[in-house]
Design a protein. Structure first.
Length: 365
């Protein structure tokens, strides 16, 4: 499909720069498969689900993946910024750097800021290889847990560019940009639909008879990258590592056999579930990388309902929700959201999407 079909105009003031407080005070646009829209709130989520439904959240934890430093060892020492995007082994990371033209293979970059203690006071990395679009392989001077601690000491939370370009990231973002489920470190972007959850919302879902399960997908920086090609078939997705345990897969399959629906909290949960599900709809245990790219025409095998934020124009995520609910339906939903003042992107509001012909809970509107 042509990627320009997924373009739309978003006023700059629609971009949320801070999350709602409390988190479950955010708005939620309910999008029926027939195109009917309902203005609700995140706190209303339990009323749209049925006893026996199974919520699946992503428990990845965002690391302090943005590093600032300078090239050393040559006559000039230009400033270098790096965003870690994929761990390769105990001491090496793939990263996006700028300005990449200032670095060559064999160069050393020294990361660290004055006043912040990191072991010896700084963190060095050698440029092992250079790739396209600013990608480099960095080989760090520390290994394993020592490297993890060093990155935590010198790094900062890698806010999406549409927020970081409008204000300076601060200490509040270190907590705001983590979900309440965050446990397994490795993401460089938050699974933002999970940001809306609070203990009170989790308790309300439990009281409704809705069960909650966890999976892990370490979200990569590819979520920040726009789709630049003209046809969706030409776009290359970055691979991300994920895990679904045998216990979780078994519980989801048992619940579906009894008529329960799978509710993915965020596109990351959906993408991993669809990667792990067989053509007959059986969720399998999974541990590995996925680069699944979902566009209109693809068949969903696992997920029945999706809670997700509002996404960027011409993005792989807007393509995904258009595949789930229909392009025309999502175009109409987004036009309504913009007109009605919904807040967009990572810190913004959410929409609840149902696959076609799904029941919609006990709400009487």
């Amino acid at each position: 499909m042509r990627t320009d079909l997924f373009d739309f105009e978003l006023p700059p003031e629609s971009i949320a720069l801070r999350p709602a407080s409390p988190r479950d005070a955010a708005r939620m646009l309910v999008v029926h498969p027939d195109g009917v829209l309902r203005d609700q709130g995140i706190a209303d989520l339990p009323h749209w689900l049925e006893p026996g439904d199974q919520i699946v959240v992503n428990d990845t934890r965002v690391i302090a993946a943005q590093l600032k430093g300078r090239r050393i060892g040559r006559e000039t020492e230009p400033k270098i910024e790096a965003t870690l995007i994929k761990r390769l082994d105990g001491s090496r990371w793939q990263a996006l750097v700028k300005p990449a033209k200032k670095l060559a293979e064999g160069d050393t970059v020294r990361f660290g800021n004055e006043g912040r203690v990191c072991l010896l006071g700084h963190l060095d990395a050698q440029v092992e290889a250079k790739g396209p679009e600013g990608e480099v392989t960095l080989s760090f001077s520390f290994h394993g847990p020592s490297l993890d601690q060093a990155i935590s000491d010198v790094g900062i939370t890698p806010l999406p560019p549409y927020i970081a370009s409008k204000r300076t990231p601060d200490d509040q973002d270190a907590s705001d940009y983590q979900t309440m489920f965050a446990a397994n470190e490795g993401a460089v972007a938050a699974p933002t639909a999970g940001l809306h959850f609070t203990p009170a919302l989790e308790a309300a879902l439990k009281n409704r008879g809705v069960e909650l399960h966890r999976l892990t997908l370490h979200v990569g920086a590819g979520t920040f990258l726009p789709v630049k090609v003209e046809e969706t078939s030409e776009h290359r997705m970055h691979a991300e590592w994920g895990c679904i345990t045998a216990a979780t897969a078994s519980a989801l399959n048992a619940a579906r056999a009894k008529g329960g629906r799978i509710v993915a909290i965020g596109t990351t949960s959906l993408r991993l579930l669809e990667s792990a599900t067989t053509p007959d709809g059986t969720v399998q245990p999974f541990a590995g990388e996925t680069s699944i790219f979902i566009t209109p025409g693809d068949r969903f095998r696992a997920v029945d309902i999706l809670l997700t934020n509002f996404h960027l124009p011409r993005s792989t995520l807007f393509m995904l929700v258009s595949a789930f609910s229909g392009l025309e339906t999502m175009q109409r939903a987004y036009a309504h959201a913009i007109k009605d003042g919904y807040r967009f992107y990572s810190y913004g509001d959410a929409c609840l999407l149902f696959r076609a012909h799904e029941p919609h809970g006990d709400v009487d509107l």
